[in-house]
Ligand binder design. Sequence first.
Ligand code: FE2
Length: 261
Amino acid sequence: MTISTPETQSMKLAAELPAELKVAAPFLTTQSWGSYTPEQHAVWAELVGRRMPQLREHACREYLDGFEQIGLRVNELPELTAVSARLAPRTGWQSTPVSGFLPADAFFEMLAARMFPTTTWLRSREAMEYTPEPDIFHDVFGHVPMHAHPVFADFLEQYGAICARLTNARDLERMGRLFWFTVEFGIIRQDGEVKVYGSGLISSHGECTRVLAGGCEIRDFELDAVLDQEFETGAMQPVLYAVESFDQIYEATKQAEARLG
Ligand SMILES: [Fe+2]
């Protein structure tokens, strides 16, 4: 047995990092799964229990398949190393714990390395519906199941790699809109119905219910319209863009790079 000091922990962490991860390294942390309280597991269970009936009907099939594939459990918070181990043979993505909001360059660097920056804190019972900053429910329940899907996985890596090369603020703003209207608030048409796949819809009961009830204009995904579409992060979305397939957002990301600069 060895005693693990903060110094040896950070040395071990640094030794495990892929060589290419430079700017994001200071933001990496570890998840102390054993420190979650019974109350926190109960909050997770309530959040998942509230979302699943609607998602079984209205989430895209890739999300629901991914939920099973990464081994998420209803009754307890996920252990990120176990989630990453399930993802590894499927797409090579990892759910990597970070200390909070990342600067854009660190965020893109991680996406390009197939490492999803994942927060480990969980909202309290008093903030079940909405948190201004993402928590583990938004990040893991909302985002990570889609990372098990090969095309979405390729899209997200490509998105990170393209954005990591950008230096112009206007280009980054336009690519931020592509992220917002796909990864965060994406919808897709499947079997003649609108299905949700964006984490902001997957993880928010109120917003998802409003969109499914027709409270938001749904337009066909069109790259130029998305790149020009402003949005407010804290507001209900007035317009969303529906894709026909995940190949569409993979191709759109490639086209977007050609149109920037
Ligand atoms: Fe998100």
